[in-house]
Design a protein around this ligand. Sequence first.
Ligand code: ATP
Length: 406
Amino acid sequence: MGLVALAGHPGLTGAANKQNHEGEGAVDGMSAISERPVDIGVADRPSAGRSETPTAADGLGRGQRDGARSPAEAEEVLVLSGLTKVYEPTPRWMRVLARTHIKSDVLALDGIDLTVRAGEICAIVGPNGAGKTTLFRIIVGLTTATSGEGTLLGLDVERDSEQIRQVVGWMPSDDRSLLMRATARENLHMHGRLQGMSPRLMATRIPEVLATVDLESRIDTVVAGLSAGMKARLRLARALLSGPRVLILDEPTGAVDPIAAHGLLDLITDLVQRERLAVLISSHRLEEIEALRSQALLLDKGRVKYFGDLDSLREQWERPQLELVFASTDAADQAAADLTSLGLELTVDGPTVRCWLKVRDGAGDVLAALGAGARQVRHVREIPMPLRDLIARAYRHDQTAEGGPT
Ligand SMILES: Nc1ncnc2c1ncn2[C@@H]1O[C@H](COP(=O)(O)OP(=O)(O)OP(=O)(O)O)[C@@H](O)[C@H]1O
């Protein structure tokens, strides 16, 4: 669905329309949020420094109006508590019409607690069907939670969804929502109009956001003529147009090459620091998440497997590898035999032995176990576990069931 279609789509405002989306969701809800260009930054709500008139969207939700908040609480932008979502079976009459339908309840989110503060990036990580999209949809009011609560800048995610969309900038994962035959300026103009921005505000904001994403020289270039990386930056510019306080980025680098992706992530990090935006980002590129030094929420079948920073994740689940290079192949073979008899998992490749440590600081123990054989070691290095393996390990283990990492 393109932006023009959205213009006549009343579904992004009002509770009645949430109902509507829910119905659509039951038909083909899995991709609803990423396919629809969700216009959730709105109108003339300029961000700090661009303020014309303060609006309800300037972070004045119930939670913040109510009495005293500690400085830490005042920084809280998104607070979710016990958020649960159960998709109900598609009604029988609808199944005939539906492209896809479900016959029994689907528990998409199961008691999610999450706090994201101003200036923080939180990466939502999880395999397909983990509940990432459902979480985003609840936050922007495209579907409602079955139970639990959520506030964004003190606004209630269920009751105040219209205002929430005024302070959230949404960057969809692909270019389908861009008008390919229109210029960058025209695309942003169309988006601004749909959001009710005044021509005067757009005249300043459009060049401003294009400069932010380093596309000012392409303002009058037709989108079809932009590279994939530039199109991604244009999508980011569009998300920034109304000066949001929160960014939701759905696979922002999915369609771009690693160098362009690197540039885009630098831009996002910079924005977060400069404007103290709160950012939720979903990405399957784990090395990018590591580069962002973000908080990570690992979801699995709707449940939180882990929430925290990646260093702590490493501390909890890291199982590093120790690489020992011996003076000769014979010495390596002998060491491998000794270490195997001690129960260590290892591989041998010529003079190189790589073994998995049971604990992080076990390198000294390995060398001690080699005894005189350690004199044959020429190089030692610890190889950190790739984030991908680390996360896979966290997913494989159920801490409660197994009593923690082994
Ligand atoms: N509208 C819907 N009706 C019924 N079930 C749904 C609907 N939307 C999502 N689901 C189910 O809820 C669960 C979570 O889906 P969701 O799309 O939120 O996961 P995801 O992590 O975003 O997956 P992906 O990475 O594939 O986009 C899945 O089991 C999915 O099949």
